[in-house]
Design a binder for this molecule. Structure first.
Ligand code: XUL
Length: 595
């Protein structure tokens, strides 16, 4: 028996999951920052001061010992652990001091805990900016202006400048904390902070997570010199190493198909001496949590994951580098020459819940009152194929939306199915059941039109009455309707809270039109599991000298019951929704003008 471990260092907790060679979970432990380490006084793992959000680095260091202790207490034989990797919150940055390398290399069981040995000596800043920080508007503007605007920034780095991205965060430290910055010897993301801790040495950035910095030239696969130079030019009295040197040089590359995955090093002796972990255990570079989530499922080119949470997030694997200021592209952490696209919406379940509540009030007399959070009436409408919503469309944004970028708005329209032209704005449809179906259809349609440019065209036949050469525009992309509808996902995986709601999932699936079917995966540990799978796959490749393509490896080895097939492709339903695309383009165009 051999095990691999996957850590997940997220905002509120540090988890560790162990899987065996058959990819069965054998142990699962966690440390909750607020509850288990109350002396840091964090609120949900962070310190919030206005727009500024930081996490104490000491808390993560201390959590590492505690999670290891809990792993030992779980009864797992750590002597059988051969590989480790993991997932971390993205974008955060840890500032290490000049003494860091020596302190990491000198970690010893006899010298006390990790905190005793590393905090504060190894760090030049006690906290790490957290991804929820939004205090860097000035820096984002400066960085975008320097490369020619949001579109060029997205073209170079995979995303326009975002408050939470590491480049703007580092620039803010340069500008507002020059002393801390100059005394910094190394800057890591949270991912290579964790890798470094486990290896007992400073380990370079992992390339796919480095794409969340607004500093990395994704096509050139190197730091973008003009952006690095811009940050350098803002140092007032440079005394310490250059930025590139602080970033530990170029990141560890996602390997090409000819080589086996890069190993960051062996586990530091501290962990084998103290916790009995196999001293030969290999540590593989940790990556960002969204990237690791992708590694928890056998997803290849054209496969899409829809996370139906408070907000909706879409992750997909693509071969196309088609950046947009409205979403993010990262290099894929395990599949060479592929990218992960991430589209984040603000409005997800909150908006659906508002319609559900209205429907519960509307369809029950006071004597038959149902609980406001009862989904029966909502689901019944969403699943009802005979409920005719075909000339109806709506946007339901109780919160300002990211895609499309508009302030909070609700808008219902009737449109002409022959042309897609909007006929009339209405305050309500004939009844609230229509809203239930239309909100789910519109949310899914918005996903469908935005993932299309990232998918490979598969010319097929469709029967919409709208002329196929009609142009549609979504955000920054204008394309011909025919070109858009030909781009379909292969498989859709539904995850997150509302993925348990069959009516919502089935309706999303009908609109998205995946050609190979639809699946549900309910894994609360997806990030940690993605880390385990990356570790196991890397280890097997290193051991056998033969690197199986990552998604094939998962296909072959993953326990069958981890993923449930929820529906087959439904051509008629997919075709039915083609006619709504022009109408959505028109409706969003109007919202854009009203901004
Ligand atoms: C992604 C992002 C969040 C964090 C959460 O861009 O900021 O998903 O990674 O941990």
């Amino acid at each position: 028996m051999q095990y691999s471990l996957g850590f997940d260092l997220s905002t509120q907790q540090l988890k560790c999951v162990a899987v065996d060679q058959r990819m069965r979970t054998c142990a699962e432990v966690k440390v909750d920052f607020d509850a288990d380490l109350p002396h840091y006084n964090t609120n949900k793992g962070v310190y919030i001061d206005g727009d500024t959000v930081n996490s104490p680095v000491g808390q993560w260091v201390e959590a590492m010992d505690l999670v290891m202790e809990r792993l030992v207490a779980s009864g797992l034989d750590l002597g059988l652990v051969v590989a480790v990797s993991g997932s971390c919150q993205q974008h955060g940055s840890v500032f290490w001091s000049e003494d860091a390398s020596e302190l990491l290399a000198g970690l010893q069981k006899g010298k006390g805990s990790l905190v005793d040995q590393l905090v504060p000596g190894a760090f030049s800043r006690p906290t790490a900016p957290n991804w929820q920080d939004h205090s860097t508007q000035k820096q984002c503007q400066e960085m975008e202006a320097s490369v020619g605007g949001p579109q060029s920034m997205a073209q170079i780095t995979g995303s326009r400048a975002h408050f939470r991205f590491t480049g703007p965060q580092i620039l803010k430290v340069i500008e507002t904390e020059p002393e801390a910055y100059e005394s910094t010897h190394a800057i890591t993301l949270v991912s290579n902070f964790a890798t470094s801790l486990l290896c007992g040495k400073l380990v370079e950035l992992e390339e796919s997570d480095a794409c969340g910095m607004n500093l990395y030239d994704i096509k050139g696969r190197t730091f973008h010199k003009p952006l690095i130079d811009l940050l350098e030019s803002k140092r007032v009295a440079p005394t310490g190493p250059s930025l590139l040197s602080k970033l530990l040089g170029e990141p560890i590359k996602v390997q090409d198909t000819r080589s086996t995955p890069v190993c960051a090093g062996h586990i530091a002796p501290y962990f084998s001496e103290r916790y009995g972990i196999n001293p030969e255990c290999q540590v593989y570079p940790f990556t960002g949590d969204n990237l690791a989530t992708l590694c928890s499922l056998p997803m290849g080119n054209g496969d899409v994951m829809v996370s139906l949470g408070t907000s909706t997030t879409v992750l997909l694997v693509t071969e196309q580098y088609h950046p947009s200021p409205n979403y993010h592209l990262f290099l894929h952490p395990t599949i060479p020459d592929h990218y992960m696209a991430m589209i984040c919406y603000c409005n997800g379940s909150l908006a659906r819940e508002q319609v559900r509540n209205l429907l519960n009030v509307a369809c029950h007399s006071p004597s038959q009152r149902v609980h406001p959070s009862d989904w029966h009436a909502f689901n019944d409408a969403v699943a009802d194929d005979s409920l005719d919503t075909s000339g109806e469309l709506g946007v339901y944004f109780p919160l300002g939306e990211i895609v499309p970028s508009v302030p909070a708005v609700t808008s219902r329209v009737l449109f002409d199915r022959g042309s897609g032209e909007i006929l009339e704005h209405v305050h309500q449809f004939s009844d609230t059941r229509h809203d239930a179906k239309v909100i789910v259809e519109s949310q899914a349609l918005s996903c469908r039109v935005r993932i299309a440019p990232l998918l490979t065209a598969r010319p097929g036949s469709f029967h919409t009455t709208v002329p196929a050469n009609t142009m549609v525009k979504f955000d920054y992309d204008s394309m011909c309707l025919l070109d858009l509808v030909d781009r379909r996902p292969e498989r859709c995986f539904f995850v997150g809270g509302a993925s348990r709601n069959n009516a919502i999932v089935q309706r999303f699936a009908k609109v998205l039109g995946a050609t190979e079917g639809n699946y549900r995966s309910e894994n609360p540990n997806a990030c940690a599991i993605g880390g385990c799978y990356k570790a196991l796959w890397s280890y097997e490749a290193g051991r056998s000298g033969n690197c199986t393509e990552f998604s094939q490896f998962l296909h072959k080895n993953m326990p069958a019951d981890d993923i449930a097939r929820v529906s087959d492709p439904d051509e008629a339903a997919w075709d039915h929704y083609n006619h709504s695309i022009v109408a959505l383009s028109n409706l969003e165009g109007e919202l854009g003008k009203a901004k």
